[in-house]
Design a protein around this ligand. Structure first.
Ligand code: 5GP
Length: 126
C-alpha cells in the first residue's frame, strides 16, 4: 500500500529496522550519511537501494529538512554505489517514489538504482 508522505517519520518502518540492524540486509555500502543494500525483490539484474541514515520519510521531507552535509553525503553515496557496481559506462536508472501517485511503499527515503540490462522506456504510459 502506498504511504502518505506527509505523516511524521515512523521509527518502526522496515528500513529503520534495517538501519538499526534489527532486520538483516545484503549491505553493499555504508558511510556517515548513507546505507545501501540489495532490494529484496529485484526488478532488474541490478536493483540496489540507497537510504540516508537520517529520519526522512521521503524525497520531499529530505530535500526540505536535511542539512547540506546530509544531502551532499547522500547524493555522493548514490553515485559511489553506482560506480562501484560498474554502471556508469553501460548506464543505469535512479528512481525515488514519493507518496500515493509515486507508489512509495516504505516511509523512509530510498533511491532505487536499476541497472545491469537495458531498462526500456522511462515510465508506463496510461
Ligand atoms: P518503494 O515502492 O517504496 O519505492 O520501494 C520499496 C522497495 O523496498 C521495494 O522495491 C521492495 O522490494 C523493497 N523492500 C521492502 N521490504 C524490504 C526488506 O525487508 N528488505 C529489502 N532489502 N528490501 C525491501
Amino acid at each position: 500500500m502506498p504511504i502518505d508522505p506527509t505523516l511524521p517519520y515512523d521509527d518502526a518502518n522496515i528500513f529503520a529496522k534495517i538501519l538499526r540492524g534489527e532486520i538483516p540486509s545484503n549491505a553493499v555500502y555504508e558511510d556517515d550519511h548513507a546505507f545501501a543494500f540489495e532490494d529484496i525483490n529485484p526488478q532488474a539484474e541490478i536493483h540496489t537501494l540507497v537510504i540516508p541514515k537520517g529520519r526522512y520519510v521521503s524525497w520531499d521531507d529530505f530535500s526540505a529538512k536535511a542539512s547540506d552535509a546530509e544531502i551532499a553525503g547522500f547524493i555522493r553515496a548514490v553515485g559511489e554505489v553506482a560506480r562501484a557496481k560498474g554502471l556508469v559506462e553501460p548506464g543505469y536508472r535512479l528512481m525515488a517514489n514519493i507518496g500515493v501517485h509515486g507508489h512509495q511503499e516504505v516511509p523512509h527515503l530510498h533511491v532505487h538504482i536499476f541497472g545491469g540490462q537495458p531498462l526500456g522506456p522511462m515510465i508506463c504510459r496510461k
